[in-house]
Design a binder for this molecule. Structure first.
Ligand code: ADP
Ligand code: MG
Length: 322
């Protein structure tokens, strides 16, 4: 069992940012309105994620740390109709397999619980006072899989990856207030009032966000909203293009190409715009069960979607020119 968990951990948990992503996605799935993330030593010494979501009932705590146990899908049909960020039930088990985990959780009408897991094995569980929600602390990541540590990049790069994933999740969920701290020092704080432009301002700065243009278009299958910069506001990497499909941040080169095509010849070589492209689609048209990290998805009618994105961006840019 532990070996299987460690193998799964290798696929899901590559680096500190993967832990942050999985814990924060769970907090989002739990209906949180506020999520606080704090880390020490680029996440290797400690990562804490505190939410005010539903909490985990005490009799389900063990299940939550069991691989392939998920409360989010109940049958095969649900697997093709995934409405939550998580569904594979392997993140908590995988994280616990390669670290020391402490969880403090309280669901409404229950006594709070505190438990500790090390290398996947529960060390203790006790009653504990807690506000409704969950706080998970991950210590000494990869302490028992030293080979993993060797693959990590510099602390600076690992921190950038943490910031990047929180940026994208915050853009996907502007009605959630995120606070990200590095050893207590605030790196990012979003308003959480549902306003995408204000959230973009929290992330990219007011100067950039204020000049961004809103998107709002649809066809019979897809709904597109979001923000794009004018062609004169660019960066030298594609990193400021975020594609969010039903709230999930995805990697999709075709869609990125469709975004760039919307700018036509207006971008100088090697210059990329800021773009937040939010796509809403019937979950039945999306297969998210392609890769353990769920970053890659298979999408029916991708060509149709790409055309819609290119069209709506080029129209908006044309209008904003006059
Ligand atoms: P998945 O998200 O795929 O279901 P995880 O291993 O990430 O699997 O989490 C396992 C289960 O633990 C979830 O299905 C959920 O029931 C519970 N859980 C995890 N984190 C939280 C949280 N922050 N708040 C409430 N429940 C949680
Ligand atoms: Mg999860």
């Amino acid at each position: 069992v532990n070996l299987a968990n460690q193998i799964a951990a290798g696929e899901v948990i590559e680096r500190p940012a993967s832990v942050v992503k999985e814990l924060v996605e769970n907090a989002i799935d739990a209906g949180s309105k506020q999520i606080q993330i704090d880390f020490v030593d680029a996440g290797l010494k400690k990562i804490t994620v505190q939410d005010n979501g539903s909490g985990i009932p005490s009799d389900q705590l063990d299940l939550a740390f069991t691989r392939h146990a998920t409360s989010k899908i109940k049958n095969e049909r649900d697997l093709f109709n995934v409405g939550t960020l998580g569904f594979r039930g392997e993140a908590l088990a995988s994280i616990a397999a390669v670290s020391h985990v402490e969880i403090l959780t309280d669901s409404a009408g229950q006594v709070g619980q505190r438990a500790e897991f090390s290398a996947g094995v529960k060390q203790l569980q006790e009653k504990a006072g807690a506000a409704v929600g969950t706080r998970i602390t991950v210590r000494d990541l990869f302490y028992n899989t030293p080979a993993r540590l060797k693959y990590l990049r510099s602390p600076r790069t690992e921190i950038m990856k943490i910031v990047d994933i929180i940026n994208r999740l915050a853009l996907g969920y502007p009605h959630i207030a995120f606070t990200l701290k590095n050893e207590g020092r605030i790196l990012l704080k979003t308003v959480g009032n549902g306003n995408l432009k204000q959230t973009a301002a929290n992330i990219y700065g007011r100067n950039i966000a204020e000049k961004m243009i809103s998107l709002d278009d649809a066809d019979q299958d897809f709904e597109i909203t979001g923000l794009i910069s004018k062609p004169e506001i660019t960066r030298s990497t594609r990193n400021f293009i975020s594609i969010l499909l039903n709230g999930r941040y995805i990697n999709n080169f075709q869609i990125v190409k469709a975004v760039l095509a919307g700018y036509g010849n207006n971008l100088t070589d090697k210059h990329y715009p800021f773009a937040i492209i939010k796509i809403k689609v019937d979950p039945l048209l999306v297969d998210v069960n392609v890769h353990p990290t769920k970053r890659e998805v298979r999408l029916s009618k991708e060509t149709q979607l790409c055309r819609l994105i290119t069209k709506t961006i080029s129209q908006k840019l044309m209008l904003s020119d006059v």
